[in-house]
Design a protein around this ligand. Structure first.
Ligand code: NAI
Length: 328
């Protein structure tokens, strides 16, 4: 048997953790030939529940599951991590301002970034799911100067998958026939789902954009506000779909994206498409050889530019806030 891959998951006792761990252990994320060792990080109050989840993982007798460690110490949990899924985060409490939220999360993602820097494996790949995901990834990366910045990513794959489904429903085609959609910017209500370069069952996605009322009043807000709609309907935030998106993100990062298609991921900008360098921004990306590559040279019209710029401005404002708080 191959050497197990160490997968660290934070917030393991939470609802996304519960939907995520079983799929990782089943091989859905890294493939049917890759054994995994799960390293679960929780706060002390979450450890008992994580132990319960670990008992259930045991009871599945997954052939690929080589072991489970549970810890409330980041140093131990990230030691030797090849893949790190940063799910646990501080939710926005009543009366909490955005700066308070960023500060509270800085207290989590700064030390976790440092622990990754100090102890993770040389090939570590980090996906930040916990919100505000893009800026939490920025904070973690800032505390890991020895880890290449392109190993830190933020999850916008759930937004991407939501957009795929919305377009498939609208066009009346199977979701597998919708390709080359893009989520630009921040994982927040300002995100911009871009259809202009899409391929919808062989028809340019731009054909759908001719219906400006549908595009601006239906498609874009439906995708951007889907999280709130799920909370409204389910009485709890997206969990299985978020876990599924995390699986998709890491799967593609490791195994590559299909030829002729791309996906969306929050990655550290190198200035592509005029986004300030260093922001963790969602881009159209392909993956090959274990790395993300921004899809270059897409034509961006004024409609898209305005929306990308608005979301990027929000990312820059979040970065300025965490800078002023001394978190990066
Ligand atoms: P949850 O509240 O059910 O679970 C969070 C878990 O994290 C709890 O068990 C808590 O004890 C743990 N935790 C808190 N601080 C921690 C720390 N410092 N170290 C380790 N564990 C810690 O929340 P849920 O539903 O699982 O969501 C987790 C995060 O994912 C939230 O921030 C949520 O907003 C975000 N999210 C992001 C999405 C995306 O598309 N990027 C989609 C859906 C949710």
């Amino acid at each position: 048997m191959r050497t197990p891959v160490n997968v660290t998951v934070t917030g393991a006792a939470g609802q996304i953790g519960y939907a995520l761990l079983f799929r990782i252990a089943s091989g859905a994320m890294l493939g049917p030939d890759t054994p995994v060792r799960l390293k679960l990080l929780e706060i002390p109050q979450g450890v008992k529940a994580a132990e319960g989840t670990a008992m259930e993982l045991d009871d599945c007798a997954f052939p690929l599951l080589a072991g489970i460690d549970i810890d409330d110490d980041a140093g131990r949990a990230f030691d030797g991590a090849n893949v790190a899924l940063l799910v646990g985060a501080r939710p926005r409490g009543a009366g909490m301002e955005r700066a308070d939220l960023l500060e509270a999360n800085g207290g989590i993602f700064g030390p976790q970034g440092k622990a990754i820097n100090d102890g993770a494996a040389d090939d570590v790949r980090v996906l930040v799911v916990g919100n505000p995901a893009n800026t939490n990834a920025l904070i973690a990366a800032a505390h890991a100067p020895d880890v290449p910045a392109d190993r830190f990513t933020a999850m916008t794959r759930l937004d991407h998958n939501r957009a795929l489904s919305q377009v498939a429903h609208k066009a009346g085609v199977p979701v597998a026939e919708v390709r080359r959609l893009t989520i630009w910017g921040n994982h927040s209500a300002t995100q911009y789902p871009d259809l202009f370069h899409a391929d919808v069952a062989g028809t340019p996605g731009g054909t759908l954009t001719a219906d400006k009322a549908w595009l601006t009043d239906d498609f874009i807000p439906t995708v951007a506000k889907r999280g709130a709609a799920i909370i409204d309907a389910r009485g709890a935030s997206s969990a299985a779909s978020a876990a599924n998106a995390a699986i998709d993100h890491v799967h593609d990062w490791v195994h590559g994206t299909p030829a002729g298609d791309w996906t969306s991921a929050g990655i550290v900008s190198r200035g592509e498409y005029g986004v300030p360098e260093g922001l963790v921004c969602s881009y159209p990306v392909t993956a090959s050889d274990g790395a993300w590559h921004v899809v270059e040279d897409l034509e961006i019209d004024d409609f898209s530019r305005e929306r990308i710029d608005a979301s990027v401005a929000e990312l820059a404002a979040e970065r300025d806030t965490v800078r002023s708080l001394g978190l990066v």
